[in-house]
Design a protein around this ligand. Sequence first.
Ligand code: NAD
Ligand code: UDP
Length: 313
Amino acid sequence: MAIRKRIMVTGGAGFIGSHLCTRLIAEGHDVLCVDNFFTGAKDNIAPLFDSSNFELMRHDVTFPLYVEVDEIYNLACPASPIHYQYDPVQTTKTSVHGAINMLGLAKRTRAKILQASTSEVYGDPTVHPQSEDYLGNVNPIGPRGCYDEGKRCAETLFFDYYRQHQTNIRVARIFNTYGPRMSPDDGRVVSNFIMQALKGEPITLYGDGGQTRSFCYVDDMVEGIIRLMNADDGTTGPINLGNPVELSIRGLAELIIGLTDAKSVIEFRDLPQDDPLQRCPDITLARMALDWEPTVALESGLKSTIAYFRGLM
Ligand code: NAD
Ligand code: UDP
């Protein structure tokens, strides 16, 4: 390892955050994991407690925080629709007040700061695949607005701090990510379908299943996020990070039924309001600026994820 840095990961006890903490500890850095445990779990980071480089702080990012760090990965925010819609006001506060507090901390300490933004800033896209210059199609008053508009406002704050205070920012637009340590009951499609298949329960397919998503394995995502943080100064993004292989949700259901040998039947449910009909990242910029692209094929990533969920049962 070249330089040992003091790195803070907000949302570090969550799904992506815990993989990121694990990777940064393995690289020899000092890692401060900040989390309020709304959707995260101590179990996700328990293996790191033995490392003297790892520190855990229970804290809500909607309140100011005074610590000394070199880099901040700002991941704190529930990501699953059922969780971010549970307390929508808190979701907006987490994105907006959380960004203000973490950017204030970055400004004071001159730390580099990366924002975990989302493909949801594109809303229900009318352009396909989505590249970073597409401005999006978001319903500001719908049930997803608290998350989508909160994340959009956070991006605005990041770029205002960059222009106004020369804060060293990075904005990653993360597309659907899956893998071990997803919460089995957080309602996202990969965890829902795998748990239902393993229990032999009906697979709940919303709408006709023709809507599409593109799924990135968590190890690939963590690699992309770290490359963006370590890229040359001025590489602010926003940069799409995701897997450009697109499939329908019905196709995902059939794939998971096949990989688990499940006897489950498909049960159709209403499509939730404002559920995007198609989503696929254009990752040209990530390929060029970060020399990054996903390496784990969906089937192989799903096998590891299925093995993880089997282990929980
Ligand atoms: P997650 O819900 O597993 O993790 C989020 C973490 O943030 C949890 O540990 C939670 O307890 C913590 N948290 C929530 N509110 C907080 C607050 N106010 N203060 C401190 N901690 C708080 O979700 P994830 O999938 O790991 O997502 C991580 C980040 O990546 C999120 O910002 C999310 O918006 C973004 N993202 C994820 C995906 C995906 O597919 N997983 C896609 C796009 C963007
Ligand atoms: N979905 C589904 N059944 C489920 C959970 C989700 O058909 O049990 C669908 C959902 O309507 C959406 C897609 O799968 O079209 C992805 O949903 P998820 O909540 O994982 O993420 P997001 O909508 O934020 O991309």
